[in-house]
Design a protein. Structure first.
Length: 79
């Protein structure tokens, strides 16, 4: 899991103004992102398998409010 733009062989999960193959919240809403987190990770995993991608990248989520919890879950998912 890392911030940045997707490259060939990767799946990108966007947030806010960072586009991706999927998005936690196009509007940058942390409540929406938290609600969509696990479904989006599941969809990204399925897309990675379909594409043969070895990496799923996630756009940076702010470290305030629910963002802390989202980032904690992303770090755990990456472990």
């Amino acid at each position: 899991v890392a911030a940045g733009e997707a490259v060939t062989g990767e799946v990108m999960i966007g947030f806010g103004n960072v586009a991706g193959d999927l998005s936690l919240s196009e509007g940058g809403d942390l409540i929406e992102a938290a609600a969509r987190l696990f479904a989006t990770l599941h969809a990204a995993d399925a897309l990675a398998i379909e594409r043969g991608a070895a990496v799923i990248r996630v756009a940076e989520v702010p470290e305030d409010g629910l963002g802390r919890a989202i980032n904690d879950r992303l770090r755990r998912a990456a472990a």
